[in-house]
Design a protein around this ligand. Structure first.
Ligand code: MG
Length: 357
């Protein structure tokens, strides 16, 4: 007994700083398979920053992705990470203290913080020899099917996109852009599979939102994400009372601090690591949502298998997942989660479950 206790203490001493932790980070631009068309913009590449945390023989990988609407950039992420003192990460299990430290460097910067958080989770999972879904006590068999996003395009490109989307059981359609109803009609002529809709704040009034939702409810749509402006809490409360479909907050919810205030205005929340600052807060968000009777959706940005597979560790807690970000890019440096017959398959690997290609 004495021997075991001594070895645990020795182990703690190691975590507390005997070994040096090394933090590395570099920009990595993601190339998209198709131009990505949202209500507000269109793009063909998207910026990212990769992070590596090394301790002894183990490396934890992390990633920041920066969709323009969140206001971070390669420059802001790199300059935040330059300020991080690796010595403050020397006990990588101290998630609370480390996040307090990161928050003390600067508010916001959640993608940059998520990159560090994901790398910490990958590293600590590897130190424990367990995947994070197992550390959370979750059954990977409960991970739902992922949705797969189809954005509007010319009829030829759209036909190709639908052919590529065939393996996915749920398709996600971006609305709030010109021609959005035509897109739904085109898809409905092609397939009767369930759809989910993301309006990305594109509907300008409650009446317009409700009219669209009533129309969508007749077309086998499961739920609608962020119908109106993220600031319009009262409008979403009005909509929730009348909508036959669940209304999911995405842009309106960033961290666990936001969840309670929108519980009566939405039916669920879309949790993303780049909004929450990583898995540590994302897990709290999922638990809070459950306690408040809200549906849980786990989503991602356009990012590599690193951040997507990290988010997928929470998939067994989710009602719906939208974990197709890595499928949209052509130069993924990692292997991670797989989608088999539409369903998310979590790799039984320690940490966040990725390997370098
Ligand atoms: Mg969304």
């Amino acid at each position: 007994m004495k021997k075991i206790i001594l070895s645990i203490i020795a182990g703690c001493a190691t975590f507390a700083g005997a070994s040096e932790i090394e933090l590395k980070f570099y920009p990595y631009e993601l190339k998209l398979n198709h131009a990505f068309n949202l209500a507000t913009m269109s793009r063909t590449v998207t910026p990212g920053v990769q992070v590596e945390l090394r301790l002894d023989s183990l490396t934890g990988y992390g990633e920041a992705s920066m969709p323009p609407y969140l206001g971070e950039s390669v420059e802001s992420v790199m300059s935040f990470l330059e300020r991080v003192d690796p010595a403050r990460l020397s006990d990588p299990f101290q998630f609370e203290a480390i996040h307090q430290y990161l928050d003390s460097l600067a508010p916001g910067n959640r993608a940059a913080k998520a990159a560090v958080d994901i790398a910490l989770h990958d590293l600590t999972g590897k130190m424990m020899g367990r995947p994070w879904y197992q550390i959370y006590g979750l059954d990977p068999a409960l991970a739902p099917c992922t949705s797969y996003t189809i954005s509007n395009d010319s009829p030829e490109v759209l036909a190709r996109k639908m052919a590529e989307a065939e393996p996915y059981r749920i398709w996600k359609v971006k609305m709030g852009v010109p021609g959005d109803r035509e897109l739904i009609e085109t898809i409905r002529r092609h397939t009767s599979r369930p759809l989910c809709v993301d309006a990305n704040q594109g509907w300008k009034t409650r009446e317009e939102a409700l009219e669209n939702i009533l129309w969508l409810a007749e077309r086998n749509v499961m739920f609608v994400e962020q119908p109106m402006a993220k600031t319009d809490l009262e409008g979403h409360r009005w909509l929730k009372e009348r909508s036959p479909l669940p209304i999911i907050a995405d842009e309106a919810v960033q961290t666990s601090a936001d969840v309670q205030a929108l519980a009566d205005a939405y039916d669920g929340i879309n949790i993303k690591l780049m909004k929450s600052g990583g898995l540590h807060d994302a897990y709290k968000m999922a638990i809070m949502a459950r306690l408040l009777g809200l549906k849980v959706m786990v989503g991602c940005m356009t990012e590599t298998s690193c951040a997507v597979t990290a988010a997928a560790q929470l998939a067994p807690l989710a009602d719906w997942v939208d974990l197709d970000g890595n499928l949209l890019i052509a130069n993924d440096p990692f292997d991670g989660l797989r989608i088999v017959d539409g369903k998310v398959i979590l790799p039984p690997l320690p940490g966040i479950g990725i390997t370098v290609k």
